[in-house]
Design a protein around this ligand. Structure first.
Ligand code: ATP
Length: 291
């Protein structure tokens, strides 16, 4: 089998404009890759097969194993781009480490890893730039999962500009259920903030370059996510004096620190309150082939 890994992400900052007539939103996003990778392995098969390993029972119920899975969508987009009319059916095995519909782009990472593995399996030899164009057709966060590191995302989040790496930090992820579908959070955002909540991309970049930590935690979708999941605001402020931030459309919250002991203390605090947590780190890596 040919395998590839791709990172999950958090949004250090996320601004969104109003809903466009085509239904999309312009965003300004500072993406940060995590040292937390999804793995997708592929091999030829008689029909399309998607297998998910590692997901808990509750999560796997949310993850489709038919052609609506992002790994198959990525495969079909790749075939279309390469002019393959009848793509070779494949067995795609996803090793899932992050929950679905969590706002940390686990599904997008699956799609990015699928693109990279199939590019090799089908002998296409497409460049990273070409794969990124295909990725943008699969989902807004897929190009970033290919690229990794720290990057500014504009347009619908698919036009990427690498930024100087965020100072290496430990990241505490605070998961919770039920998950939030990105589309539902944007609909609530449209209702609450019909004029959007945008900021100029060059201003955000300048602020990041001057003081990277100063942008952390700004998220236009927070009000909408907290409106749909009333318990989230309470969870976010459980550590006195240290608010946890929403990643993407949530519901995953995160805390950053360069001090591992501090992160472990916070993790214990959230765990004692029944919250599922995971300690990871910021990462410079993007998607790569891995056997
Ligand atoms: P993530 O990308 O981590 O799943 P997200 O917050 O971006 O998080 P959504 O945009 O809401 O999530 O999409 C999650 C939904 O996508 C899931 O509920 C599931 O139905 C569908 N999906 C399709 N393929 C996958 C996959 N490989 N992994 C996870 N979800 C997937």
């Amino acid at each position: 089998m040919i395998s590839a890994i791709a990172p999950a992400k958090i949004n250090l900052a996320f601004y969104s404009g109003p809903r466009r007539p085509d239904g999309y939103h312009e965003v300004v996003s500072v993406y940060q890759a995590l040292d937390l990778f999804e793995k997708v392995s592929v091999e030829t098969a008689l029909e399309w097969i998607v297998e998910v390993t590692g997901a808990t029972l509750a999560e796997s119920a949310r993850i489709p194993t038919d052609k609506t899975n992002l790994v198959v969508k990525a495969a079909l987009a790749l075939a279309e781009h390469a002019g393959i009319l009848n793509p070779q059916p494949m067995r795609l095995v996803i090793e899932k480490r992050v929950p679905a519909a969590a706002g940390v782009a686990g599904g997008s990472a699956d799609a990015a890893a699928s693109l990279l593995a199939l590019n090799r399996a089908w002998g296409l030899d497409l460049s990273r730039d070409e794969l990124s164009v295909i990725a943008s057709k699969v989902g807004a966060d897929v190009p970033f999962s290919l690229l990794g590191g720290t990057a500014l995302g504009v347009g619908i989040g698919t036009e990427l500009f690498p930024l100087a790496p965020f100072p290496e930090s430990y990241v505490l992820l605070i998961f919770s259920t039920p998950g939030l579908a990105t589309a539902d959070v944007f609909s609530e955002f449209d209702r609450l903030l019909p004029h959007g909540d945008m900021k100029d991309a060059s201003q955000v970049t300048q602020q990041y370059e001057t003081a990277p930590a100063s942008i952390v935690g700004i998220n236009s979708l927070e009000r909408a996510a907290f409106s749909l999941r009333a318990d989230l605001a309470g969870i976010a402020s459980r550590v006195p004096g240290q608010r946890a931030y929403l990643s993407g459309s949530g519901p995953t919250l995160y805390l950053l620190s360069q001090d591992r002991l501090e992160i472990e203390t916070w993790a214990r605090e959230f765990s004692s309150l029944g919250q599922e947590t995971l300690i990871t780190k910021t990462s410079l890596a993007g998607a790569e082939l891995k056997n």
